[in-house]
Design a binder for this molecule. Sequence first.
Ligand SMILES: [Mn+2]
Length: 337
Amino acid sequence: MHAGMRVRVLFHANCFDGAASAALFTAFYRERIDPSAEFAYTGMHHTMGDPFPPGCMDGAENVCVDFRYNASPKLTWWFDHHVSAFMSPADEATFHSRPKDRFFFDPQSRSCTKFLVERASTVHGWDASRFAELVYWADIIDGAQFPSAKAAVEMAEPALRLMTWIENNKDPALAERYIADLLRLPLAEIVALPYVAEPVARLLASNQGAVDIWRKRARAQDGVVFADVSEDAVESANKFIPYFLHPECRYAVSVSKTATRSKVSIGSNPWSDIPRSVNIAQICERYGGGGHPVVGAVSLGGGDIVRAREIAGEVVEELRRAALAEVSSAAGRPRGG
Ligand SMILES: [Mn+2]
């Protein structure tokens, strides 16, 4: 044991799961490894190229949670579930020679928080039962397993309000305070603290404004809802608003604009029972964008709004054809088989 040894925790910034993972690693380490350790935190952002700034691993132990692997021998603990965790096959090869009781990776896990708790319990005998509420919500939020579009948009649950707060927080000192609060308070008490409650009230009002704008602009046809909000000032909009307003829709396409960026956003309705036939990442890549199979975007310059509208029009046509085919093939399927 090293009295007062410093542990640096690198965690996925602006992410509910990232902050929860950082908090629970801290509790685990204090309870099972070294009660006198002192913790310092750094929020990490996905960027092009190497996201690890020089000198970021300055602790006696350096830990990375809910974020990409790093081959540096200075890294001593790692927990992640991102499919894109390794920069290269050479990177991945070094992972396999790491100590199996400190380096953990499972791309099948819905949240890093739940994965970390499960591994720390099984491998190191840690009892995390008092954090059940935090683990439950990290898994719901990171796995996008919200019970309904209404629940996701209205954000009545404290955990969803904290999610909005952390996603929009720009102050690293407050992120650190939040991580400490996760260890000592229930979520309903954290959401009532002024440093969280005040920004959340502003974000909820902005979200309500976005719902009103979508209600005015959205046009639904053949299973696709489309909205051009490029002329509206939308500050922060919940990506589930289209399915809240048009629950029957299978896909949503929107065009938005800031001073520096015109953007086409494309998503699929996660609450639909009918299987999705298109890969949205591939559609976005065709236009120079990217994303996941279920959601993606194409970003263009601030002056490219005309091109953004053109792309959106083509994508809407393509998705309407796909949605009609999906619905008719689902209707033709024998029931109860
Ligand atoms: Mn995560």
